[in-house]
Every structure is written in structure tokens, then in C-alpha cells.
Write a protein that binds this ligand. Structure first.
Ligand code: HEM
Length: 332
């Protein structure tokens, strides 16, 4: 079991690294570094410029349009007419960039990391199968997680085929929340030790702040869709949508709520103090990095770090909530 817990911890770090890498790809504009998927310009390893045929840009654009018709059709079939129209309109204005080896390799390394994570989740399913007698829920949870990783992989391909259509990028990002949720569930079942005991007041405050946090994440993705249409560095926020102002203000409420939680834990309930203070610092970090994007016009690393720390904070919330559930279920 000790080995399995270490394996899970390592896998979690790797998932965060993958989230950072994915965001780095976006920040450096490398998402279209390889216009096809799973290969890169038809090769398993990014080719050199000499290996590309003369009309490669035209070739990949027509291939992409063919493939995206299916996505447009699917959106229409499930009643998302507006999204289908937006996607069709978006694609009409795209072209294939000329080959850039650095961008191709950046995207390629991200894909390699994604494949490694996929293989390790397969291995996780195998380990949890072996542990099914000790912890019966582990195996089914691992299967769900594997399913969600595969779905993420497919969605990653759709993101490439739809030429980084902003809505698809957001869905891809939001699905990583589901993956983190499932990973936390697995860890909760595998290791129910070190429980904490939140008072009803703390529970209410934590739930409220978690809901605001989720709204903050959704606003962030809205904002990202807006930022994606701008060129870096962003110097003018005057035409930013209302989501920008809400996103800029909500963190102060979040910090007030979690600050109160930390103070309460320090005074009355030491079991949750360490985890709550970690959460508070993570939220401070998200806020500071967010402010740096705004004030210093998206300096290097800021966008990938902003997203990564937001998702680490999401995980920290889940950890606190699930540790508390552990104690109440032990009491029953
Ligand atoms: C608790 C605090 C915060 C959280 C959890 C948070 C979370 C997020 C998330 C999840 C995104 C989407 C990133 C992506 O999809 O790549 C985002 C984008 C953004 N956030 Fe925040 N944010 C916080 C505070 C702030 C603050 C205080 C500002 C300052 C104005 C800010 C400015 C931005 C900007 C400009 C974007 C779009 C930039 C980009 O494309 O990465 N954020 N935020």
C-alpha cells in the first residue's frame, strides 16, 4: 500500500506538470505547432523543414476542414446550433501557420507527457485491480478515471482539429477538474488517515467559499476566451467583458472567507489549521499572479502558473472537504 500511495502522489504531480505544460503550449502559441493528431505533420517525431511537402499548409487546412465537419455535425445534432455556427465561422478565418520547429517540439513534448500520464493511469487501474480485495471501491474509481483520461485525450485531439476553438479549449480545461476530483476520490479511499474535524460554522464557510471559487474558475475561462482573441502583451483592458471585473474582485471575498476560516481554526480547531492555511496561501498566490497578468501585461510564465495554481487550489479544497467527510463517516 505504501508503494501505491507514493505512486498516486507521483501521478498527481505529473498531472499538475501536464496542466502546466498544456498552458505553456497555449501561452507560447504552440497549440498548432503540429496541425494533425496524433502525428506531427504526418511524422511520429516532428520533421525538419526539408522533409515537408511544398503545399503542406494547404494540405493540412483542407484535412482539418474535413475532420471538423464531423464536430460541427455533432454539435448540430445535440442541439448546439449556435456553437456549431460559431465553430464554422471561426474555422473560415483560420489558416495553417508556417512550420516552426520550436513550436512543433513544444506541442510534441506536451503530447509525450500526456501519453505518459495515460499509460500511468492504465497502470493505476492494474494496481487497483490487485488491491480490490482490500479496497473494493478503488478499482471502479480507477476505471472511471481511466475513462476520463481517455476522453481528455480525445478532446485534446478535437482541440487540435478545431484549430484551438476557444470553447473546446475551455471544455478541455474544465474536464481536468473532473480528473482531479476522481484522483482525490482515489486517494481518499486508498488513504483515509489524517482526518480533520470541521465545525458546522467552518463547514458552511468552506462550502460558500468553494462555490465562489468555482464561479471564479468559470469566469477565468470566459476571460481566457477573451484574451485568446487578443495579441500579447495585453495593454488595454478597457474593452474587457464584465467577467473581467467580476474575476478581478471575487478573490478579495475568497481571501476574506478563507482568512476567517484560518483564524477560526487557529483559535478553536487546530486539526484543520495546516490545510486551511495552505489553501489560503494558494489563493493568495493565484490572486498575485492574476494581478501580475493584469498589471505587467502577462509576463512570461504568469498565465501557465495562474492556471496551475488555480487547479492546485481546487485540489486543496477537495482535500479538505474529503478529509472532513472521513472523520464524520468514522464517527457514524
Ligand atoms: C483566487 C484567485 C483567482 C483564481 C482561482 C483565478 C483563476 C483563473 C482561471 C482558472 C483562469 C483561466 C485560465 C486558463 O484557462 O488558462 C483565469 C484567467 C485569468 N485571470 Fe484569474 N484567477 C484568480 C485571480 C485573478 C485576479 C486577481 C486577476 C487580476 C485581474 C486575474 C486575472 C486573470 C486574467 C487576466 C485571466 C486571463 C488570462 C489568461 O488567459 O490566462 N485572476 N483565472
Amino acid at each position: 500500500m505504501v508503494f501505491y500511495l507514493r505512486f498516486l502522489q507521483g501521478l498527481l504531480y505529473l498531472v499538475f506538470l501536464l496542466i502546466f505544460a498544456g498552458s505553456w503550449v497555449r501561452h507560447t502559441g504552440s497549440g498548432m505547432g503540429c496541425p494533425d493528431w496524433p502525428k506531427c505533420y504526418g511524422y511520429w517525431i516532428p520533421p525538419s523543414p526539408e522533409e515537408l511537402p511544398e503545399n503542406y499548409q494547404h494540405h493540412y487546412l483542407s484535412k482539418k476542414i474535413q475532420k471538423t465537419q464531423k464536430t460541427i455535425q455533432l454539435l448540430q445534432n445535440i442541439g448546439l446550433q449556435t456553437a456549431a455556427q460559431k465553430l464554422a465561422h471561426y474555422l473560415n478565418h483560420q489558416s495553417i501557420q508556417s512550420f516552426n520547429p520550436l513550436k512543433a517540439w513544444t506541442e510534441y513534448v506536451n503530447r509525450l507527457l500526456g501519453s505518459l500520464v495515460g499509460i500511468l493511469f492504465l497502470l493505476n487501474t492494474f494496481f487497483s485491480f490487485q488491491l480490490r480485495k482490500e479496497k473494493s471501491a478503488l478499482f471502479s474509481l480507477s476505471l472511471w478515471t481511466l475513462g476520463s483520461v481517455c476522453f481528455q485525450g480525445i478532446l485534446g485531439a478535437v482541440v487540435v482539429f478545431t484549430h484551438l476553438f476557444p470553447l473546446m479549449v475551455s471544455i478541455h480545461m474544465l474536464l481536468s477538474l473532473l480528473l482531479l476530483y476522481l484522483m482525490n476520490k482515489i486517494k481518499e479511499v486508498a488513504d483515509p488517515s489524517r482526518p480533520i474535524n470541521l465545525s458546522p460554522f467552518q463547514k458552511r464557510l468552506l462550502n460558500l467559499s468553494f462555490i465562489i471559487f468555482l464561479i471564479q474558475i468559470l469566469l477565468g475561462t470566459q476571460l481566457r476566451q477573451y484574451v485568446d482573441g487578443l495579441s500579447l502583451p495585453i495593454t488595454n483592458w478597457s474593452s474587457a467583458p464584465p467577467s473581467f471585473y467580476a474575476h478581478r474582485s471575487l478573490p478579495w471575498i475568497l481571501l476574506l472567507l478563507t482568512g476567517t476560516l484560518v483564524y477560526h481554526a487557529w483559535k478553536y480547531n487546530r486539526t484543520s489549521y495546516r490545510r486551511l492555511i495552505n489553501l489560503f496561501f494558494l489563493l493568495c498566490l493565484c490572486t498575485l499572479i492574476g494581478l501580475s497578468i493584469y498589471i505587467f501585461h502577462a509576463p512570461p510564465f504568469a498565465q501557465p502558473l495562474h492556471l496551475s495554481f488555480s487547479l492546485i487550489s481546487f485540489y486543496a479544497y477537495l482535500r479538505i472537504k474529503s478529509r472532513d467527510v472521513c472523520l464524520s463517516s468514522q464517527k457514524e
